[in-house]
Write a protein that binds this ligand. Structure first.
Ligand SMILES: *[C@@H]1O[C@H](CO)[C@@H](O)[C@H](O)[C@H]1NC(C)=O
Length: 185
């Protein structure tokens, strides 16, 4: 039993060691951001957009990389109390880590920082006839991330002029985990 625990412990240590990857802030390799993600934090300078029934209140399940570096986001949002799937395609603009979409007016999103295996932070600008707003999100490969990654995100929000009270902690609300493909019903 002791041996089993010891080898289990060693296996955990070595799998954690592999997870330490340097954060990237440029020259993004989009193929590495594909796969499962969880929405951890969501922020906006226009809080209405990310609050209940807001047009940018999405919870991510998975990112697929399409041809020509376009990204397909499998998202969920809550409509009349029910989680519903939102397909969202963001086309590469050709700039490093940047894509755009004509959803809800026009959206231009770019990755600020990621380590591919643990977290992803992006910034988006949404323009429509109501005006311009910023959206920022922290995605994690697991349902939660470390306090140091959260602190990083808060710092990026501060740098973009988004007030602390406009940052939502999605780990504390219904973010449609039960609607995911791998959900344990
Ligand atoms: C969101 O929409 C639902 C259904 O239309 C409504 O019952 C609920 O009060 C709305 N919530 C807010 C905060 O506006």
């Amino acid at each position: 039993m002791k041996l089993l625990l010891l080898s289990l412990g060693l296996a955990l240590v070595s799998s954690q060691a592999q997870e330490i990857v340097d954060p990237v802030t440029s020259n993004f390799d989009l193929s590495k951001i594909s796969g499962d993600w969880y929405s951890i934090y969501l922020a906006s300078d226009n809080k209405e957009k990310i609050e209940e029934n807001g047009s940018m209140r999405f919870f991510v399940e998975r990112i697929y990389v399409l041809e020509h570096s376009s990204l397909y986001f499998k998202l969920h949002t809550i409509v009349n109390g029910e989680c519903s799937e939102v397909p969202f395609v963001c086309d590469s603009t050709g700039k490093d880590g940047e894509c755009s979409s004509d959803y809800n007016g026009h959206i231009v999103a770019h990755i600020l920082e990621t380590d591919y295996v643990g977290y992803l932070i992006y910034h988006a600008e949404n323009c429509n006839n109501e005006g311009k707003s910023q959206i920022m999100a922290l995605y994690g490969r697991e349902p939660d991330v470390s306090p140091s990654v959260k602190a990083k995100f808060l710092e990026y929000c501060r740098a973009h002029g988004i007030a602390q009270e406009n940052i939502l902690d999605l780990t504390k609300i219904n973010r449609c985990l039960q609607a995911r493909d791998n959900a344990l019903v």
